[in-house]
Design a binder for this molecule. Structure first.
Ligand code: IVH
Length: 692
C-alpha cells in the first residue's frame, strides 16, 4: 500500500508515469522541431498546450521525474550574476569581405591557384545567406546541449547556455544518431523582422528606448542576465557550420555537413545552394538580393564557401579569416552624414512634410541627398537638428529616412529645434494641425500651387487616370505657366498645342503623346475616377466601395455624411472628407464631369434599387493578402478579388474572413491563426479567383 500523500510529500512516479513523461518529452520535442525548425507544425496550438500541460503536471507531482532537458525547462532558470568565460576549442574566425564582383573573381582566382586547378576548371561553392545576427557556438556532448557561447574576441566568449536553452529552434538534444560524441555547431542567433517590430512597439508603449536594429535586439536578448527575459524576446537560430567538421562521419562537403546537422534537428537556412565558379556565385548573389526584402530577417550579404571539406583544409586560414570563404556584402543600408537643412514640402492634400537636406552619402546602393522626416512629431521624437551628424537608412526601394542623430550630446549648445512653419511655405496661407492628427496642412486647398501640382500628378498617375506623357516636370511647367489650373484643364489642352510644344524639353512629338494620353483617359470606370479625384483618405478600396454603393458620381456628391457612413469601410472621418471635398470643389468637379466624365458601372445596390446586378461571388468576403505571390503581384490579386466583390484590407482583424498567405507570410498568418480566420495559399487563391 502506498503511503497516503500529505502536503509537501510526493509519491514516486509509477513505471507508467515514467514512461508517459519520457513519451511526452519526445512528442513535445518533435512538435517543437516541426514548429520552430521546420516551420511545418502538425498539431494546433491547443493540442500542443494540452501535451505540455500534461507533462508539467506530471513533473510537478513527481520531482523525481525532473530532467534538465525536458521541454518544460526551456522557461529559463534563475537570473545569473554574470557570464562565465568559455575558451573556444577552435577559434571563431571572421570572414574576408568583397563588395564588388571583382572581389569575388579575385577570391576565386586565389582559391584555384592554391588548389592548383587547371585553366577552366571551376570550383564548387556552397552559397549561403549572411545573416545579420549574433554568432553563437553550441557544444553538444553525447547529443546533449552542454555549452552555448558567444563569439567574444574569437578566442574566448561568454557562456550563455542558460539563455540559449530558451531558444526553441535550438534542440536541447540532437535527433537521430551518428553524431560525434562532441559536436560544436556554429551559427547565428537573430530576431525576425516582425518580432523586432513588435518588440519596438512594446518598448514604445512602455515609454522605453527602441532598439536600433534587430541585431542589437538579438545581442541584447542573448546577454540578458535573466533567462526569462531572453525567452520573451523569442530569438531564432540558423546554423552555418561546425567548429570541428572532421569528426562528422560521411560528410565530404560543406553542403553534406549542413545536411547532417539538419538531420540531427538543427535549423539550417533553406537558401543554401551549391554553385559553380564566379558566375554561379554572382547569380546567387543577385537572386538573394532580389528576395532580400521578403526573407523576413535581416541579411547583410551572402557567403561563398569552398564546398569540399578537404579543399577547405588544404586552403587553411590566414590571420583571422579562412581562405576558403568569402562574404559578398550588400551595399550598406545605413550610413552617417551631415544634416544640412530641413525644408518643408507641401503634398497633395496640403500636408507639410519636413525633408532633410543631406550632405551626399552613398547608402543602399545609391547616393542620397534628401530624406523624409515625416512630420513634426517624428522630428521631435528623433530630435535631429540642423548641423547634426545623422544616420540615414535606405533599404530596397523604400524612400530614404533619417533615423537619429549620432551624437546629440556633442552638438553646439543652443542649436534650435525644428519648428513647423505657421504658414504654407509655397502659398503663404495659414498651416494648421487639426487636433488628434499628426499632419500639419496648408489651408488653401487647390488654390495652393503646390497642392494643385500634386493633385494633377495624382490624377494622372498610373493607378488613377494613367495619363501617359504627363511627367512630373511637365506638370510643374503646366501649372507655373498657367496652362493648367485644375485637372479639367488637361482636357482642353487640344487648343494649346503650340504653347505646350514650346515648353522646356517638349516638342511636337511629346505634345502629341501627351494629348493622346489625355484623350485615352476619358470615360474610365467610376472607381478609378473617384480615386483620381484625390479626396483625402479615399484610396482605391474606398473609391471602389463608394462607386459600388452609389453607382453614379452625382449620387456620391449628393450623399451626406450619414448616407456615406452606410458604405462598408467608410467611417465618420472619411465621410467628412468626402462631403468637404465636394463642397469645396463643386465647380471643378462639374467641369471635369463635362470633359472626362466616368463610364457608368454596374452596381450592387444594397437596397435592391438602381442598377442592381447579381451579387458578386465574393461579396461579403474580407480578405487580407500577405507574403509574396509567385503568379501575380499583390496589387493584381487585390484588383481581381475586388472585381469579384471582396473587400481587401491591410491588416487582420476580427472582421477578416480570409487570409491569403504567399511566401514568407509573417505575423499576419499568425494573427489569422490566433483569430481562427481561414487561410489559403496561392494555389487556393487561384482556384478562388477562377471560381472554385
Ligand atoms: S561562416 C570561418 N556563414 O558573419 C567562417 N558566417 O563576418 C565563419 N555569419 O562571424 C563564419 N552568416 O557570425 C558564416 N552563412 C554564414 C554566416 C556567417 C552570418 C557571420 C558569422 C561570422 C561573421 C563574419
Amino acid at each position: 500500500m502506498p503511503a497516503e500523500e500529505g502536503p509537501g510529500e510526493t509519491r514516486p512516479a509509477s513505471p507508467d508515469e515514467v514512461r508517459r513523461a519520457a513519451e511526452l518529452r519526445e512528442i513535445i520535442a518533435r512538435h517543437d522541431h516541426l514548429y520552430h525548425v521546420r516551420d511545418a507544425p502538425e498539431v494546433t496550438d491547443a493540442v500542443y498546450d494540452r501535451l505540455f500541460a500534461e507533462l508539467l503536471s506530471l513533473e510537478a507531482a513527481h520531482p523525481g521525474l525532473a530532467d534538465p532537458d525536458s521541454p518544460t525547462q526551456r522557461v529559463g532558470g534563475a537570473p545569473a550574476e554574470g557570464f562565465a568565460e568559455v575558451v573556444h576549442e577552435v577559434p571563431m574566425l571572421s570572414l574576408a569581405n568583397a563588395f564588388e564582383e571583382s572581389g569575388v573573381a579575385d577570391f576565386d582566382r586565389r582559391v584555384r591557384e592554391r588548389l592548383g586547378l587547371a585553366e577552366g576548371e571551376e570550383v564548387e561553392y556552397a552559397a549561403e545567406t549572411k545573416l545579420d545576427g549574433v554568432a553563437l557556438s553550441l557544444r553538444y556532448e553525447h547529443g546533449r546541449l552542454a555549452v552555448a557561447a558567444t563569439r567574444g574576441d574569437g578566442a574566448r566568449g561568454e557562456d550563455v547556455t542558460a539563455n540559449v536553452r530558451t531558444v526553441r529552434s535550438i534542440p536541447l538534444r540532437l535527433a537521430g544518431d551518428g553524431f560525434p560524441e562532441r559536436l560544436e555547431v556554429r551559427g547565428e542567433v537573430y530576431l525576425p523582422l516582425d518580432r523586432f517590430e513588435r518588440l519596438n512597439e512594446e518598448q514604445r508603449m512602455r515609454g522605453e528606448r527602441e532598439f536600433v536594429n534587430p541585431r542589437n535586439a538579438a545581442a541584447g536578448g542573448l546577454r540578458q542576465l535573466d533567462p526569462r527575459a531572453t525567452r520573451s524576446r523569442r530569438l531564432m537560430f540558423f546554423c552555418h557550420g561546425a567548429g570541428r567538421a572532421d569528426g562528422i562521419p560521411s560528410a565530404a562537403t560543406h553542403r553534406g555537413l549542413l545536411r547532417r546537422l539538419d538531420e540531427w534537428g538543427l535549423r539550417v537556412s533553406p537558401d543554401v545552394r551549391v554553385v559553380r565558379g564566379v558566375a554561379g556565385c554572382v547569380a546567387y548573389y543577385r537572386e538573394i538580393e532580389a528576395r532580400r526584402e521578403r526573407l523576413g530577417y535581416q541579411i547583410d550579404g551572402v557567403v561563398y564557401k569552398v564546398n569540399r571539406l578537404e579543399d577547405q583544409h588544404r586552403l587553411g586560414s590566414v590571420a583571422r579569416a579562412p581562405r576558403w570563404a568569402l562574404a559578398h556584402k550588400f551595399p550598406a543600408e545605413e550610413a552617417v552624414t551631415r544634416l544640412l537643412d530641413i525644408d518643408v514640402q507641401v503634398g497633395r492634400t496640403g500636408s507639410l512634410t519636413p525633408v532633410a537636406r543631406l550632405s551626399p552619402v552613398f547608402v543602399g546602393g545609391v547616393t542620397v541627398t534628401n530624406a523624409t522626416l515625416h512630420n513634426q512629431d517624428e522630428v521631435a521624437r528623433k530630435d535631429v537638428r540642423v548641423g547634426d551628424r545623422v544616420v540615414v537608412r535606405r533599404a530596397g526601394d523604400v524612400i530614404p529616412q533619417v533615423l537619429r542623430a549620432v551624437d546629440p550630446e556633442s552638438r553646439a549648445p543652443g542649436a534650435p529645434r525644428f519648428e513647423m512653419p505657421a504658414e504654407c511655405p509655397v502659398c503663404g496661407a495659414p498651416a494648421v494641425r487639426a487636433e488628434g492628427q499628426s499632419a500639419t496642412r496648408c489651408t488653401a486647398g487647390l488654390r495652393c500651387p503646390a497642392q494643385r501640382k500634386e493633385a494633377i500628378r495624382h490624377f494622372a498617375s498610373r493607378r488613377a487616370m494613367d495619363i501617359e506623357g504627363l511627367g512630373e516636370k511637365l506638370v510643374d511647367q503646366l501649372v507655373e505657366t498657367g496652362l493648367v489650373g485644375t485637372v479639367a484643364d488637361l482636357y482642353r489642352l487640344e487648343d494649346r498645342r503650340e504653347q505646350i510644344a514650346a515648353l522646356e524639353r517638349m516638342g511636337e512629338l511629346s505634345t502629341k503623346n501627351l494629348l493622346a494620353g489625355v484623350k485615352k483617359s476619358r470615360g474610365l470606370p467610376l472607381p478609378r475616377f473617384l480615386y483620381a479625384l484625390g479626396i483625402p483618405d479615399v484610396g482605391e478600396a474606398t473609391a471602389g466601395a463608394l462607386a459600388r454603393h452609389f453607382g453614379k458620381l452625382f449620387r456620391v456628391r449628393e450623399a451626406d455624411e450619414a448616407a456615406l457612413a452606410e458604405v462598408r469601410d467608410v467611417g465618420p472621418v472619411v465621410a467628412a472628407h468626402v462631403v468637404a471635398f465636394f463642397e469645396a470643389n463643386r465647380g471643378a468637379v462639374d467641369d471635369l464631369m463635362v470633359e472626362a466624365g466616368p463610364a457608368p458601372v454596374p452596381v450592387e445596390r444594397p437596397d435592391g434599387g438602381g442598377e442592381a446586378a447579381e451579387p458578386l461571388p465574393l461579396a461579403g468576403e474580407v480578405v487580407v493578402l500577405t507574403g509574396a505571390l509567385a503568379a501575380m503581384t499583390r496589387d493584381d490579386a487585390r484588383e481581381r478579388l475586388e472585381a469579384l466583390g471582396a473587400k481587401v484590407q491591410g491588416s487582420v482583424s476580427k472582421r477578416t474572413t480570409l487570409v491569403v498567405c504567399g511566401e514568407n507570410p509573417g505575423s499576419k498568418r499568425d494573427r489569422a491563426e490566433a483569430l481562427g480566420v481561414r487561410t489559403l495559399d496561392e494555389a487556393g487563391l487561384l482556384e478562388l479567383l477562377e471560381g472554385g
